[in-house]
Every structure is written in C-alpha cells, then in structure tokens.
Ligand binder design. Structure first.
Ligand SMILES: Nc1nc2c(ncn2[C@@H]2O[C@H](COP(=O)(O)OP(=O)(O)OP(=O)(O)O)[C@@H](O)[C@H]2O)c(=O)[nH]1
Ligand SMILES: [Mg+2]
Length: 295
C-alpha cells in the first residue's frame, strides 16, 4: 500500500517552521532568520520514499497583521489549514503558551484534520519545565499526537515522520521522486538574497525588503550564470542602509548569496544587485501581486 498526503506547518512567527521543513527533507528549501515574519509564501517540500510520499507545506507565521502584506501572509496560512490531511501546530517548548498560541489553537478548533502538537526548540528547555509547559500546551486543544523535537539539531525528526505517515491515507505519488520543492529557481534565488539581507539588517529593514529576480541566464560561450536582481525597500532613507558604508553591506550580502547559489545551482554565478524604492509596497495590492506575494 502506498500512502501520501499533505501536512501543514502552522504556528506563530519564529517558532521554527521553516527550520523543520528543511530538516524533514534534509535540504534547504525555505530561508530561516532570527526575526519573525520571515516566510511570506506557502512553500512545499516533498519527502519521497518507496512506500509513501509526504508533502510538507511551510506557511507564514500567524500574527496580528499591521499591513496588507501581513494580511495576505496570514490568509495563506489559514487557507493551508483547510487543504491538508494533517497539521503540525508548532510551538516553542522552552516557553509557556502565549496569547498567539491560544489564538491559533482556537482557529485550529475549526479544522477537521488531525493536529500534532510539536514542541520545538526542546534543546533550550530546562528539564524541570518539561511536564508543566507540555501540559499547558496540551490543554489548549485536542491533539492526536505530541512530540518534543529540535528542528535545529535534528532531534526526533524521524519519529515524527513515521507517525505522520501512519496518519496519511492511501494515495498516489503526487510529485516525481526527485522533486524536493515546487519553488521555481528564480524564487529560491530571490529568497536566498533576502535571507542574507535580513541577517545583516535591523529594525524595520528586514520587514521592508523584497527581492525580485529580473533575469537569470547562462552567459553565451561560458558556464557563468548571470543573475540580475532588484531589491526593493519602502523609503529612500532605507536605500543607504541596505547599501551600507561604501557599499559594504550590499557587497557582503551579495557575496554570501552568490556562494550559496553557486553551491545550489552547481555553476559559477555573476550576481548583480540593484536597490530601488517602492514606496510603502507592503500596503499596496498591485505591488504585492507584482512581487508574487498575492494572486
Ligand atoms: N535552539 C533552537 N533554535 C531553533 C530551532 N528551530 C528553529 N530555531 C531558530 O528559530 C529561529 C526562527 O526559525 P525559523 O525556522 O525561521 O522560524 P519560522 O517559524 O519559520 O518563522 P517565520 O517564517 O517568521 O514564521 C531561527 O533563528 C532558528 O535558527 C530549534 O530546534 N532549536
Ligand atoms: Mg518561516
């Protein structure tokens, strides 16, 4: 019997959903950062084994939106919950439940699919808090299974996968066995550039940055892959910050992104980054569409 199905990773921003997505398929499919609201799209990662195929769907963290981008992100996460066979409700094991977790558990009460409670970051949990915090989380809802994991240190992931498969229905291989993600190369490249910019900036900047690949093609008579990307910020004053003193920040981000992209695409890369202002893009529907964040 071949089992297959879709699993949504749901939780507050920053609980480690994207880190878990990558750990589940042992590849970097989604970008990670220390700041909340990093993931802005649904991102699929496919785990194919002889008897089963699991499609994990990473989602933006559920939060109270302050602009149109936030609303679109939250809507994407909420829609995903209703399109899957199983939900992972991810929380941070080292903290007791907060208002955000309570709100999500209420929303999850409306869905029909089984829900696993995933206590992530268990590497940071003090042993004396173990039972107390877990009981507080268990009281939030009705969960089919509960797992302590560390997505960062790959702890308990295989146990989680085995339990997951047992909850999936009999079904076909939805994706070819060698396919790990449904993300186009251009999207992955843009995300990797955004990840480096988020890591190097502070305050509002990480949230205000969007990256779009304008063109990507192998140079004639060469193995060099040319990538032209545009970086958007919301205000003129942010351009200088992104570029940095003497261009240092942009150069640093570009060089880190280029190295990672070269390893990913197995090709030498020339990366051209331009910074532009798209005034208040996070609140403008047509810009959100153009940037690929909304339909
Ligand atoms: N110590 C520890 N840190 C973790 C673990 N999992 C994730 N992190 C860290 O938590 C931070 C957030 O991780 P992400 O995977 O980006 O979180 P997310 O839930 O996808 O966040 P959003 O996309 O913003 O909703 C990063 O700094 C990760 O390195 C874990 O198991 N242990
Ligand atoms: Mg994420």
């Amino acid at each position: 019997m071949h089992r297959s199905g879709f699993v949504a990773l749901i939780g507050r921003p920053n609980v480690g959903k994207s880190t878990l997505l990558n750990a589940l398929v042992n590849e970097k499919v989604a970008i990670i950062s220390e700041r909340p609201q990093t993931t802005r799209n649904q991102i699929r990662a496919v785990l194919t084994r002889p008897d089963n195929q699991v499609i994990f769907i990473d989602t933006p963290g559920l939060h109270k939106p302050k602009h149109k981008l936030g609303s679109v992100m939250v809507q994407k996460a909420r829609n995903t919950m209703h399109e899957v066979d199983l939900i992972y409700f991810m929380v941070e094991a080292q903290h007791p439940p907060g208002l955000g977790d309570k709100y999500i558990s209420e929303v999850l009460g409306e869905v029909e699919s089984p829900v696993f409670l995933i206590l992530n970051k268990s590497d940071l949990l003090q042993p004396e808090k173990l039972n107390r915090y877990r009981d507080l989380y268990l009281n939030l809802g009705c969960f089919s299974e509960c797992f302590y994991i560390s997505a960062l240190y790959n702890q308990n992931i295989s146990k989680l996968v085995e339990a997951t498969v047992s909850y999936l229905p009999e079904g076909p291989q939805y994706y070819p066995p060698d396919m790990i993600t449904d993300q186009p190369e251009r999207f992955i490249a843009a995300e990797i550039i955004r990840e480096k910019l988020i890591a190097l900036t502070r305050q509002e900047i990480p949230f205000s940055v969007a990256v779009v690949i304008q063109e990507m093609k192998t140079r004639e008579n060469s193995d060099l892959l040319d990538i032209w990307a545009e970086i958007y910020v919301e205000r003129k004053s942010q351009v200088g910050i992104i570029v940095g003193k003497g261009g240092a920040l942009l150069k640093d981000a570009g060089s880190k992104a280029r190295q990672e992209l070269e390893a990913l695409f197995g090709q030498r890369i020339f990366l051209d980054l331009r910074v532009k202002v798209k005034r208040e893009w996070r609140n403008r529907e047509e810009e959100l569409r153009r940037l690929g964040y909304s339909d």
